[in-house]
Design a protein around this ligand. Structure first.
Ligand code: ZN
Ligand code: ZN
Length: 103
């Protein structure tokens, strides 16, 4: 079973909507943004085009989600703080999650 599909509220949750959750990664102890869907293959680097495609296919919201969109969610949650993403899919390779590096 994929642990990102089975995220439990055993760490701090900052945000949740229909598509994404932002919570503390229990391994890295930093926040991460995780999609709620599992149905795609992430084998390489995630590009904005990739996210657009993924979103079109999985989230059915017409390609409105881009990296900028994800950034916007994170910005809203950690208002005023500067951050960057660590985009490597660490332990779980095939389930979209980006770690959020707060500066
Ligand atoms: Zn999963
Ligand atoms: Zn982590």
């Amino acid at each position: 079973m994929c642990e990102l599909c089975n995220l439990e509220r055993n760490s701090m949750w900052y945000y949740e909507d229909d598509d994404f959750i932002i919570c503390n990664c229990t391994f890295c102890k930093i926040p991460m943004i995780v999609s709620k869907d599992h149905d795609y293959d992430i084998s390489g680097v995630i590009t904005e085009a990739y996210i657009k495609g993924m979103v079109k296919n999985v989230f059915h919201i017409g390609g409105a989600v881009t990296e900028a969109y994800i950034k916007g969610i994170v910005k809203g949650v950690f208002h005023g703080k500067n951050f960057s993403f660590r985009k490597e899919q660490g332990k779980v390779k095939n389930h979209f999650h980006w770690h959020i590096i707060l500066e």
